[in-house]
Ligand binder design. Structure first.
Ligand SMILES: N[C@@H](CCC(=O)N[C@@H](CS)C(=O)NCC(=O)O)C(=O)O
Length: 387
């Protein structure tokens, strides 16, 4: 590790994306000082530069701000000698990016459902957690009071995310199958690709930690039904490799670009539970671009900071119709998968396609937005036309 002065890490214990970045910082040995989002500097200096309230944010010793967990990780990939979390071999590399996207974007529905729809077990815990971001040492009553506004703001996202009563059974079924598949995998492997964590582990950890392992109701569910997933969450929270169950496994990815058989059902679930949204998103954006052909490169995709999306779309998951906002950020993550694929040799691409077709995910490579999506100035902007 060549970075001596700590970075400042603005986050919070209950935040899904803070968990992802914090785990990476810890495991990579990057010194950091964590500050809550209620720190005066956050509102006075950070939010005005970023342009909206969002965590996590990293401030480097030079004063630069990095927002977005993927960009935070990539920043340290570029500027430190921390071991890379991107596998180099083709199948592991592409699978890692797909699972990062699935964790970050595809598991938001179960994360939000299990946080906000189990009031009896969760509500007071969540209120105190939200309250203690803004008044860390206040009384319970003070914490509950101050939590009301941020809780209402987050709960308002349930409808645009499609977390509606008619859809609960489908969300729960997908999550139960995922827990079962990951449980089998983590019984045999400490991490997704063997002996050390990759960007796939960090992406999956985001929802599986802050919401699904930490909030009371889903925490019990995970502990009761998927003991080895719980244990992996614990492992991902530790600063070391924390894998005494695997004394013979080196701190490396599996040899020969191996994808464990136990990962295939996990990949199939990406197709079942996230695939319909990914396909619809590409179609939605391409339709929007057809109707807005003169949009300039560099233009913000959603110029109004109060808005989160260009519109909503209908998707069908497990036979159930969902209406969801078009999350353009997801397409930036899908583009990372496609860019990495385009950078492979023809024979490597063949290997990857065989794997993706086996798990029904070939369209992740072929379904493309007609314009590039870039991130500039802490938000997503339109880039060049794609051929
Ligand atoms: N893709 C972003 C997502 C960040 C994000 O949505 N953070 C949440 C907290 S976990 C937030 O700040 N939400 C506030 C809001 O959206 O109003 C990342 O990876 O950093």
């Amino acid at each position: 590790m060549n970075q001596s002065a700590p970075v400042i890490f603005y986050g919070s214990p209950l935040s899904l994306y803070s968990g992802k970045a914090r785990s990476y910082l810890r495991k990579s040995g990057i010194p950091y000082e964590e500050r809550l989002a209620s720190h005066p500097d956050f509102f006075q200096k950070i939010v005005p530069q970023i342009g909206r309230f969002v965590i996590p944010v990293v401030q480097t010793p030079a004063g630069d701000l990095v927002q977005d967990t993927t960009e935070i990780i990539d920043h340290f990939e570029d500027t430190t000698d921390a071991p890379s979390v991107y596998p180099e071999s083709p199948k592991q590399k592409i699978t890692a990016l797909i699972l990062e996207m699935f964790g970050d974007e595809g598991l938001i529905r179960p994360a939000m459902h299990y946080r906000w729809n189990f009031d009896e077990d969760n509500k007071d815990f969540i209120a105190l957690e939200f309250g203690r971001i803004f008044n860390p040492t206040g009384t319970d009553e003070e914490a509950r009071e101050i939590a009301k506004a941020p809780m209402a703001r987050m709960k308002a996202l349930l409808t645009p995310l499609g977390v509606m009563p008619d859809n609960f059974a489908v969300i729960e079924a997908g999550y139960a199958e995922l827990l079962a598949a990951l449980n089998t995998h983590f019984t045999q492997n400490p991490y997704i690709f063997g002996g050390k964590p990759s960007i796939a582990d960090y992406g999956l950890y985001a929802p599986l930690y802050a919401h699904l392992a930490r909030d009371p109701a889903p925490s019990i569910l995970m502990k009761k039904t998927a003991n080895r997933v719980w244990r992996w969450v614990e492992r991902m929270t530790a600063a070391d490799m924390d894998k005494p169950e695997f004394p013979d496994m080196a701190d490396t990815y599996l040899d020969n670009d191996e994808i464990a058989e136990t990962l295939l059902p996990v990949l199939s679930l990406v197709g079942t539970d996230h695939g319909p949204e990914l396909k619809a998103l590409v179609a939605f954006m391409n339709d929007w671009l057809d109707k807005n052909p003169t949009i300039e490169s560099g233009a913000k995709i959603v110029p109004d900071p109060e808005k989160r999306s260009l519109g909503s779309m209908c998707i069908t998951i497990r036979g159930q119709q969902f209406t969801v906002m078009a999350r353009h950020y997801t397409l930036w993550m899908l583009q990372r998968v496609q860019d990495a694929f385009d950078g492979l040799t023809a024979s490597e691409q063949q290997d990857v396609l065989l794997l993706l077709e086996k798990t029904g995910l070939g369209y992740l490579i072929t379904e493309r937005c007609t314009r590039r999506i870039n991130r500039e100035g802490y938000s997503e902007v339109w880039g060049e036309k794609r051929t």
